[in-house]
Structures are given as structure tokens and as C-alpha cells.
Ligand binder design. Structure first.
Ligand code: ADP
Length: 552
């Protein structure tokens, strides 16, 4: 319950829309009661002159129903958009340490996608299926009680007992029954999504290892389980709907039986009143009918809210200080780097990934970091980018402990070329301006020239506006690397962190990138992970790291 209230709290900004939707829903049921009540009265001749009223009330009810659907859906979409933005805001500070990059112990892309899309969507029921119908059903029950009491109090008692069964008893049962199926449904949907993403991303390797069949079988298995949960939900929903239907009929019978019994032999005038009572009872049960399904879905909604909260309340690995130092002006002032007694272990790791690391890099110096795989090179970069803080010791840039600066100020002086060199879906220009959106045409042209891309751009169908990424022109590994390099050049940052800038390139492409790098590195502090001799030759100093320690 706490989870649901927590998420209802997030919808406060849409209170106006929700209120309007609920008022309209109440109006619809109110007009429904009036319509059936009137119809009953007219049918038995109790209100012969009122027949003309039927048409405007029926039309009004339809109009109100239309407006209600419009409003409640609008409210729901706005709420979902709010929650999605809220969740995204919570994700951003988690990105460095807990999501993607080197965080193998952190959250996976498919899982996050499931939470951001599937789990947020599961919350649509929160308002439209739960809050509004509950309010409407309660008001309908009160109206029914008032009307039936006027007809005959014993009739009111009998019908309200049955209504309580339909509006409280059945939903309570479906809620219980739907709990585990809902949880299973959410879990399996997330698992399925993760597996399909793994399959598509790792397809080349799976084919090479002849493992596609096995991967597909595994997807089938999870899909089957997801399907079973959905089927179980359908059965519960059907049983719930049938129970509500039967209780509605039982209520009608009760109106007539109890009504006749109360009237006894004397009741000449009760007939019309009973007819009105029967019709009004029908209308009230209609208001209660959506509740079993709504409460059945509560389990699913609750599972989704829990998964969202899990991530939203994760503590970031690093946080900004409350009173940060102001960044150096100009940024190029203070681009020297000092690591003093740095020790860092990943959460849960037995051995530290870095230990007793002392390293001084002067402003403008070019340092190559070499060492076997798993020795701690990427971890060193992660600390230099402040994705993690050291467990002990300090990382200083320009004399300031990184913990004393905001992440944004620190990142503003970094130009990073990572191994992944991601090309995002967008135009070449979007990709180039990623880290420096305000760069002008002249800077772009210069960066393209240094990165050796000017000829390629001239050959592209739409030049800088050519669409890249999955749906666009595919770049070769060397071209993608050079786009990433041009991105770094445009950033014009005083400190460069380069992770294997020529990895995976053939000799010719490597030469081209190296030539470009030489110009890019001029006047900057450079730390570069590499094991290529051709690259280390261009550096001032080589630092070797083994098992998390610097080797003299
Ligand atoms: P390199 O970049 O030199 O290959 P890393 O810095 O990636 O080495 O890894 C150093 C050590 O830290 C290795 O033992 C590796 O298994 C471990 N490690 C790296 N990333 C993580 C992580 N996100 N969680 C736990 N351990 C990690």
C-alpha cells in the first residue's frame, strides 16, 4: 500500500485533471441512475408526463461518458509522462557508477528499459482503473441506499448486502488471486525483454557458437511462463466478471422478492416503486462492475511500483558536495593530475582494483597507461572521471580534490574517447556536437579536418546532415573512431582521457588516427590507455600498472 500511495503522491501535479475526470465519471453514473430510474417510472406509468426527459438524459449521459473517457485518458497519459520523467531524473545520477560502462554489477540496459517502459505503463491502472472507479462505486452505493430506503428499507438492506459482496467481496478475492499472477507477469515480461535484447545484441557471437537455438529455446520458455501468467489473469478476470453478473441478477431478484414480501397483500401502489428500485439497482451494479478487474491488477501495479522504487531510491556512487569549489577560470588552468595513496575496491570485491596508487601528471604532459587486462586501467579512468570515489587517498585535478567539485564542473574539462566510441542515432552533426552543442561551423570544419573526415563527409549523401546509427549510414570502425575523435576535438577540453584510441583499427586507419591525435594532444594533459607500441612512441612517459599497483 505504501508503494501505491508513494506513486499517487507523484501525481499531485495532475490533481485538476484527475478531479475533473472523477467528477465526470460520477456524472455518468448519476445520469445512468436517473435514466434507468426514469425509464422504470415511465414504464409503469408512474411518470407518464416525464417520457420526454428520457432523451436529453440519455444524450447527456453519452456526452458525459465521452468527456469522461477523454479526460481520464488525458490525465493518465500526463501522469505516465510525469512518472517517466521523474524516473529518468532519478536515473541520471546513477549512470556513472551503477549503470552501463564498466558497472558489471550494476543494472542492465534491458532491465532498465523494462522498468522505464513496461513498469511505468503498468501504473496506468492506478488512477483510471482504481481511484476513479472506487470513488464512483462508493457514491453510486450511497445513492442507491438513499433511493431504495425511500422505496422500502428492507429492500435497501437486502440489496446493499449483495452490493457489498459485489463491490467489496469479489474485488477482495480477485485482488488476492491476482497477486502472484501479477508479480509473475511483471517479472517474466522484464525477463523476456532482457533476453530478446541480449539475443539481438549478441547475435553474431551466438551464431558463431551455434547457440542461437538454445537462446531461442530459453526465450520460448520464459515466453511460455509469461503467457501462463497472462492466462491465469484472464481466468481470474472472467470468474470475477461472472460473479459480479450473478450478484447483479441476485440483487434484482432480491428487490422483487423482498419488495413484494414487505408490501404484503395490501400494497397496491408498490409496483411502480419496485420497478424504479429494480432499474436503479441495475445502474448501481454497473458502477461496481469494473472493481474486480481493477483490484485484480493491483498485484501487477504493486510489483511495478516496487521495481521502479528500487532503482529510484538507489544511492548514486558519487554525489556533489553541498558547497562546491568554483571551477578554475579559464578551465585550462589547473590541468595537472595527482593521485595520492589511492585505493579503491568495487562493492563486494575481495581485492581492491587499485591499491596504493601515487601518480603525478604535470599539466600538458602525455602519459600512457599500460598493463595486462584486468590490472585496473579502466578503473583508474573511472576514478579520474569521478564515476567512483577512492576508498582512501585522493584524486586531485588542478590541486582540488575531485570530491570538492561538482561533477559537471569536473566533466567540463574532460575530453573522453572511450573504447565503445558510440555512434548515436541522429545526424553526423548531432553526433559531433554531442559534447559542445554551441560549436560553430568553422570549429566543426576544423575538427573534421584534424580527424581526417573531411573527405568522407564530402562523399556522404547529405553531408553533415546524413543520418547515422541503426537506421542510417553505417560507418566503418575507423570512421566511427574518427567521429568520436572529432567530438573530442570540438570539446576543446584541457584534459584528454583516451582509452585505446586505435584499438581494432588496421595499420592504415591507425596511422591516420595517430596523425590526428598528434595535433589534438598538443598543449593538453593526456592520459591514454594503450598497448600499441606505435602509440606509446608519441607519449612523454609510460606508466605500468599490474594487479592494481603501479610498477616502477
Ligand atoms: P583493465 O581496464 O586494466 O582491464 P579494470 O580496471 O577493468 O582492468 O579491472 C580491474 C579489476 O576490477 C579486475 O579484477 C576487474 O575484474 C574488476 N572490475 C572491473 N569493473 C568492475 C565492476 N564494475 N565491478 C566489480 N569488479 C570490477
Amino acid at each position: 500500500m505504501a508503494d501505491l500511495l508513494y506513486f499517487l503522491g507523484l501525481t499531485k501535479g495532475r490533481a485538476g485533471w484527475m478531479l475533473l475526470g472523477t467528477v465526470l465519471a460520477v456524472l455518468v453514473v448519476g445520469l445512468g441512475l436517473a435514466l434507468l430510474g426514469l425509464a422504470g417510472a415511465v414504464a409503469v406509468g408512474a411518470l407518464a408526463g416525464g417520457a420526454w426527459l428520457l432523451r436529453p438524459v440519455a444524450l447527456g449521459r453519452s456526452a458525459a461518458r465521452y468527456l469522461e473517457k477523454l479526460t481520464t485518458h488525458e490525465a493518465t497519459f500526463r501522469i505516465l509522462a510525469d512518472i517517466r520523467l521523474w524516473f529518468f531524473d532519478r536515473l541520471v545520477p546513477l549512470v556513472p557508477g551503477r549503470i552501463g560502462g564498466q558497472a558489471t554489477g550494476g543494472l542492465r540496459a534491458g532491465d532498465l528499459l523494462s522498468r522505464l517502459v513496461g513498469d511505468v505503463d503498468a501504473l496506468d491502472g492506478l488512477y483510471i482503473q482504481l481511484v476513479t472507479p472506487s470513488v464512483v462505486a462508493l457514491l453510486a452505493a450511497l445513492a442507491l441506499a438513499a433511493i431504495l430506503s425511500a422505496v422500502a428499507p428492507p429492500v435497501a438492506v437486502a440489496v446493499l448486502l449483495i452490493l457489498a459482496l459485489a463491490g467489496l467481496g469479489v474485488p477482495a478475492l480477485t485482488e488476492r488471486a491476482g497477486r502472484s499472477a501479477g508479480l509473475e507477469q511483471v517479472r517474466r515480461a522484464a525477463e523476456l525483454r532482457q533476453q530478446v535484447i541480449d539475443l539481438t545484441q549478441g547475435l553474431t557471437d551466438l551464431i558463431a557458437h551455434g547457440a542461437v537455438g538454445r537462446a531461442l529455446a530459453e526465450i520460448d520458455r520464459v515466453s511460455e511462463r509469461h503467457g501462463a501468467a497472462v492466462r491465469r489473469q484472464a481466468v481470474i478476470a472472467a470468474v470475477g466478471a461472472a460473479a459480479t453478473q450473478m450478484l447483479t441478477q441476485a440483487a434484482l431478484v432480491a428487490v422483487l422478492l423482498v419488495g413484494v414480501a414487505v408490501a404484503g397483500g395490501a400494497g397496491e401502489g408498490v409496483g411502480p416503486m419496485l420497478a424504479i428500485g429494480a432499474f436503479v439497482t441495475l445502474a448501481a451494479f454497473e458502477a461496481v462492475a469494473p472493481l474486480p478487474l481493477a483490484y485484480q491488477m493491483l498485484g501487477r501495479t504493486r510489483a511495478a511500483t516496487r521495481r521502479l522504487r528500487e532503482v529510484a531510491e538507489m544511492a548514486p556512487t558519487v554525489t556533489d558536495p553541498s558547497q562546491p569549489l568554483s571551477p578554475p577560470k579559464p578551465l585550462s588552468e589547473g590541468s595537472d593530475i595527482r593521485l595520492e595513496g589511492v585505493r579503491f575496491a568495487y562493492p563486494g570485491a575481495v581485492r581492491p582494483a587499485l591499491d596504493a596508487v601515487d601518480l603525478e601528471i604535470e599539466a600538458g604532459e602525455r602519459v600512457a597507461i599500460v598493463g595486462p587486462s584486468g590490472s585496473g586501467k579502466s578503473t583508474l579512468f573511472a576514478l579520474l572521471m569521478r564515476f567512483h570515489d577512492p576508498d582512501s587517498g585522493t584524486v586531485r585535478v588542478g590541486g582540488a580534490d575531485l570530491r570538492a567539485l561538482t561533477q559537471a564542473d569536473h566533466h567540463a574539462r574532460l575530453g573522453v574517447l572511450s573504447q565503445g566510441t558510440p555512434i548515436l542515432a541522429g545526424t553526423l552533426r548531432d553526433n559531433l556536437l554531442l559534447g559542445s552543442p554551441e560549436a560553430g561551423e568553422a570549429s566543426v570544419a576544423r575538427a573534421l579536418r584534424i580527424a581526417g573526415l573531411d573527405r568522407m563527409v564530402a562523399d556522404l549523401p547529405d553531408g553533415l546532415d546524413t543520418w547515422l546509427g541503426e537506421a542510417g549510414v553505417a560507418l566503418s570502425g575507423g570512421e566511427a573512431r574518427r567521429v568520436a575523435l572529432a567530438r573530442v576535438i570540438l570539446r576543446d577540453a584541457p584534459i584528454l582521457l583516451l582509452d585505446e584510441p586505435t584499438e581494432g583499427l588496421d595499420a592504415e586507419a591507425e596511422r591516420a588516427v595517430l596523425a590526428a591525435l598528434d595535433e589534438v594532444m598538443a598543449g593538453r594533459t593526456v592520459v591514454m590507455i594503450t598497448h600499441r607500441p606505435a602509440v606509446t612512441a608519441a607519449m612523454d612517459r609510460i606508466v605500468r600498472i599490474e594487479d592494481g599497483r603501479l610498477v616502477p
